[in-house]
Design a protein around this ligand. Sequence first.
Ligand code: NAD
Length: 278
Amino acid sequence: MSSKVPPIILNNGVEMPQLGFGVWQVPDDEAERAVATALQAGYRSVDTAAVYGNEEGTGRALASSGIARKDLFVTTKLWTSEQGYDATLRAFDASLERLGLEYVDLYLIHWPAPALAKAVDTYKAFEKIHADGRATSIGVSNFLPEHLEQLLDATSVIPAVNQIELHPRLQQRAAREFHAEQGIATEAWSPLGQGKGLLDVPAIVAIAQKHGRTPAQVVLRWHVQLGNVVIPKSVTPSRIVENIDVYDFELDTEDVAAIGALNEDRRLGPDPADFNVT
Ligand code: NAD
């Protein structure tokens, strides 16, 4: 996989670029432009989901990029309304069709939705999709350790990834430790805290000034040094370029400690323990 982003190695030996491009809240036609810009800037990993409504635009940008399929890493996610064994198989076919792909690199259960109690059956369908070679890796999103434990007890393929909300205000130390013990990669969603009120925090601005970088680059570099997979989103070309340009500087222990002190265990998104929206 040739990219300016070094890979991490998943628990099945597959390489995943550590930094990718997220497209939540980007309308389909705009997603095509944004993903094309990202691929030009050197991103090779794209994170979409059925519920984002932009798998088609994302797929068009991938197809017209001229980049070999083996050099791309495409993630999509199963929406909660489609949980259950048979519904999952059908939803996966529909996602592949919209993306215009023969396989995805990573397929994730979007939310555990514990009140539905369908995650195990859903994941068994994921195991079939994986065994059939149509999802190179499978995993989950927004699973708390207790939800992961249920899967680990009842299924055989250890999830490659758990994609969770993670940024300096919500550092998720316990989840990261649990994932590391189980060999599950931690992927950070809303890595920039959605840009809201995080990028102007004085401690982050000071670190940015010290390194001659932007606050967004400092936060993304912090994720990279923690070992997180990270998928910042932007539709602004200059920011798309800026957000991948984090591999030629390093935060020192003082910087890492200052960002560590910003944790408030504060979520921007729903709590997975009781988010069952279909
Ligand atoms: P993010 O933390 O990536 O923030 C994006 C926002 O930050 C942008 O809209 C913009 O306002 C601002 N921004 C981006 N780059 C900037 C820069 N260089 N300088 C200043 N401001 C900048 O938020 P996100 O989109 O919520 O998360 C990223 C991706 O994570 C999503 O696109 C999606 O792919 C994924 N995600 C997954 C889930 C899930 O449930 N699995 C939930 C939310 C997001």
